[in-house]
Design a protein around this ligand. Sequence first.
Ligand code: FDA
Length: 385
Amino acid sequence: LDKADLVIVGAGFYGATIAERAANEHGLKVVIVERRGHIGGNAYSETDPDTGIEVHRYGPHIFHTPNDAVWSYLNRFTSFTDYTHRPFSVFRGQAYSLPINLATICQFFRRQLSPDEARALIAGQAAEMAGREPDNLEEKAISLIGRPLYEAFIRGYTKKQWQTDPRDLPASIISRLPVRYTFDNRYFSDPHQGMPLSGYTAIFDRMLDHENIHVLLDCDWFELRDSIPRAVPTVYTGPIDAYFGFSEGRLGWRTCDFSRSVVATGDYQGTAMMNYADEETAHTRIVEYRHFHPERDYPVDRSVIVHEYARSAGAGDEPYYPIDTLADKALYLRYRALADREPNVHFGGRLGTYRYLDMHQAIGAALKEWERLRTSEFAHGRKAP
Ligand code: FDA
């Protein structure tokens, strides 16, 4: 560690991107300290031992981006399949296409509607909120998509995700609810999307395959921090409140419980992701991993499915989605002010900046931060470019 030019806390996409750039572009000696027993952060994938099917341990990850620079950067380490995400949602025993599109609307209202007719129907239903400022999430959703669609697809699902009645949630949680007045049922409209051909973990293996990059697994940085010379710059991608010993309080997160099982069929649900909108169904969705890679030769008599359950995160849980209430925002700003005064430490990634980031955003932010680092203290410090 004392020979390192740069220490990176966390081997997720943010940390791995900075490490790769620092070693390949700048010849820096990089040590990555990772608390878990594997690289990849939350994008880590592994092979299920019973079926050979690739499973994403921390929830399903589908790559998509509008950003050409991020797309071409990542294509140095993997090629992508043409997988296009088309999830479904079950409401009262019926499966509907998501996000809400013309097929969903026609099926739900049991008639054929043109785009204009569907738009007029939904506008009429949303008009119940006309002239009133929405007071809570329920009213906001009704003002956007009308009561019938809200009650079918948003109310129960949101209640399960937040464990709170949508009438008690702030309207600010949603600014828009995507409704497509076409039969386009692609979940992401980004020009670049797909699944990494050899899986997610293989991307990280390639990114970190450099003689100057050394990864310490099963290693909590807090246990090492006092032995690292203070002159060595650190990129910290762990939780920002943990860095400061929760001195200002704990930031709120939601977490997920994943229950994995192998089922005795080659196809359990006919698609990768089935949401469950009913409040009475405890799980929020079932993910069947084989469908992310239809090009692979997976067994025809077995499949892996994962039930997902959402809840708020306690102290020992994996933090997944920032709750981001007004109190959280204020708390984060206090930590941010402390972080700005911390010499030689750069906070990044989803945990370090208390933000939900898609993978392409984490990579994009890391590439940008690397540009800034490269041209700032590194240029004047231990190693000039
Ligand atoms: P990430 O969490 O990946 O890495 C941080 C690393 O730091 C972790 O490995 C952690 O163990 C380590 N660490 C923390 N504290 C430490 C310490 N003290 N010492 C050592 N190591 C420490 N995105 C997308 O584009 N498409 C998708 O479909 C999905 N799907 C999805 C599903 C679910 C359930 C979630 C929660 C998230 C997604 N995402 C996603 C988002 C994606 O997971 C996210 O963009 C990346 O994980 C961000 O990478 P980071 O490097 O910022 O964090």
